[in-house]
Ligand binder design. Sequence first.
Ligand code: NCD
Length: 307
Amino acid sequence: MSSGRRFEHLISIDDLSKEDILYILEKAKEFERVARGERTDKRLEGRILANLFFEPSTRTRMSFEAAMKRLGGDVINMTAHEASSVAKGETLADTIRVVGNYADVIVLRHPLIGAAKFAAENSIVPVVNAGDGAGQHPTQTLLDLYTMEKEARLEGLKIALMGDLKYSRTVHSLIKALALFNTKMYLISPPMLRLPEEFIEEVETHVGARMEEVGLEDVVDEIDVLYVTRIQKERFPDEEEYRKVAGSYIITAELLERAKDSMIVMHPLPRVNEIATTVDKTKHARYFEQAFYGVPIRMAILSELLG
Ligand code: NCD
């Protein structure tokens, strides 16, 4: 690429090769001590990140901000779009064009699939997709892979993906990446929230990647990772449909009794009630470590885009 960067924007996990992914994970390792505040590195001094969030966020927005600030950079925010010109009818294209004059990188979360790609096409600075509707969430995927590499393993993993596989963008992103690592993926969901067929077909074109629909009790003793997701209430066409599946799965410490000692439970968070708090104290829980790993991973992404 002319800039010498591995990627110009980060819109979908498909933008990255397996080699790019491993490179980011390696870089993140180098940033871990900076992320914990144990070492100083100001390589992004003088650079500005703009957070444009059109949907709620705690971890993604704050960990981008922490990553940028730990590396000496600065952050400007447009969170309450009710208080911005978007509320006056400004188009996303215009907002992106303007914010590109104030910042060196734009992090965008938007309720519509394809919004980040559209933003990138209209932006004069790099755009990072922080979630586009039920579409993609590539930075979450990178931190998920990092967690697996550190706390379990990546190559040849056996993972159960549990919950809202229909609407969860973290799952939609993650399975595309896992397909590159010879992963056996078990799918566990209420019938209404099954993984869309096109993902299964795409993933299975990769040699070594396999998917199977199962129940948790069938695989709990053999998996390395249990990845749980929240039911994505905000994506449901109506409240009635949501009520039919709300609370239909809850992971408890008892359900994990037959799991391998080394099995880890992950969740992109926020959890609503999918994982009982009793699981937090077990040797399996890794969701809070996972949330921390968002900082070194986002440092690696930002230093690649801005370095
Ligand atoms: C996820 C998201 O926004 O897709 N959250 C996150 O970024 N950690 C998962 C979710 O909202 O359920």
